[in-house]
Write a protein that binds this ligand. Structure first.
Ligand SMILES: NC(=O)c1ccc[n+]([C@@H]2O[C@H](COP(=O)([O-])OP(=O)(O)OC[C@H]3O[C@@H](n4cnc5c(N)ncnc54)[C@H](OP(=O)(O)O)[C@@H]3O)[C@@H](O)[C@H]2O)c1
Length: 333
């Protein structure tokens, strides 16, 4: 029987690299309703990976050792006796927690989704793009002709959010930290790009958008979050997608007036978003995004830094948390 390797969390640790190890396991033949997939690419979710390895993801209470990685795209290499929807050679995407950072996986066939080709681009649509779409529409109540602000706009999640807000007919502002990222955002049709290394976010928003921002897709946290809250429009909605600026370091303690002082007089709101709590929207969102992508209406950028093999995953996690990436970070197997 052939064997394969996977990355597991062997213990909880503040530092991702110190928490993980590569182990070798044997490949089991798929049961009647299962398929065996050879993973070709996996998406890096550095924030989630790091918090999971610290034991700081409250809705999953895992005790090491546990498997890591979520989304993977690969090729079906064997099918169980009762499987009729898949054939050997099919390209499939999977989004099971623990199914990403491994060379092979055996899963129930009902959990895989066929795609045209096993390319890294589709990894940025499912589940990353799905998160952007559901957060904007279901939580942010996205409309048209509004001013929408996306932070970390050139990142994996952000650059899909920018395009979806544009496709819905909004004026879109995107924040980023480099000229290369600003170039990508220009290609996506972002109306106002704020490179926060060369311009002050708060000053730009106050000066150029005195009526405030209607919808904010906020990925960064810390001072960026505070600035966004302060610049919400009347009845503005801020969707808290994540707080990546805190994942690499310890949480900052802040002392300031309670947040209702900022929200009440504008009837504005701050809403949290977490994909696992919006499962029912996934299939429709996934199909819509894949269709937009295959129709050439949605672009996907994969970061050009190449990461090869399980050994490269800690470096890829560190790279994403350093804030340098442009588009989705993926690892190739
Ligand atoms: N809620 C959910 O269900 C859900 C699902 C998917 C993703 N997310 C969240 O979405 C956010 C983006 O995730 P992603 O995986 O797509 O990452 P990403 O956006 O591809 O990469 C992170 C980006 O954040 C920006 N950033 C700003 N300040 C930073 C700092 N202090 N340290 C590190 N990065 C900083 C960087 O771009 P600039 O420097 O150009 O701003 C960096 O490129 C994260 O907060 C993640 O947790 C949430």
């Amino acid at each position: 029987m052939q064997s394969y390797r996977k990355l597991i969390a062997k213990r909880l640790h503040q530092d991702f690299n110190s928490a993980v190890e590569i182990v070798e396991v044997s490949i089991s033949a798929p049961a009647n309703h299962e398929i065996l997939i050879r993973n070709k690419f996996a998406g890096i979710n550095a924030g989630f990976d790091t918090l999971l390895c610290r034991g700081e993801v409250p809705y999953v209470n895992l005790t090491p050792p546990f498997d890591l990685g979520v989304e993977a795209v690969g090729e079906v290499v064997a099918v169980g006796e009762n499987v009729s929807d898949f054939q050997v050679g099919d390209a499939v995407i999977t989004t099971l927690r623990g199914g990403g950072y491994r060379e092979y996986q055996v899963i129930d066939a009902s959990l895989a989704v066929k795609v045209q080709e096993a390319t890294p681009e589709v990894l940025n649509l499912v589940p990353t793009g799905v998160s952007a779409l559901v957060a904007l529409e279901q939580v942010g109540e996205m409309q048209n002709n509004e001013v929408v602000l996306v932070t970390a706009a050139a990142g994996g999640t952000g650059h899909i959010a920018v395009q979806l807000a544009k496709l819905a007919g909004n004026y879109v502002i995107g924040t980023c930290s480099s000229a290369a990222k600003a170039k990508l955002l220009r290609e996506l049709g972002c109306d106002r790009i704020i490179n926060y290394h060369t311009e002050n976010l708060d000053q730009v928003l106050k000066h150029e958008y005195p009526n405030g921002i209607n919808l904010i897709f906020e990925c960064v946290g810390k001072q960026v979050f505070d600035t966004c809250v302060a610049n919400l429009a009347i009845r503005g909605r801020l969707v808290s997608i994540g707080y990546i600026s805190e994942y690499g370091k310890h949480v900052e303690q802040v002392m300031q007036p309670r947040i209702y002082h900022q929200l009440f007089w504008k009837a504005a709101s701050v809403r949290g978003f977490l994909m696992p709590h919006y499962q029912e929207y996934i299939p429709e969102a996934r199909d819509r995004l894949l269709n937009l992508f295959y129709a050439g209406k949605l672009k996907v950028f994969v970061d050009s830094t190449e990461f090869h093999g399980l050994e490269s995953i800690p470096t890829a996690v560190e790279y994403l948390l350093s804030g340098q990436n442009c588009g989705k970070v993926v690892v190739k197997f």
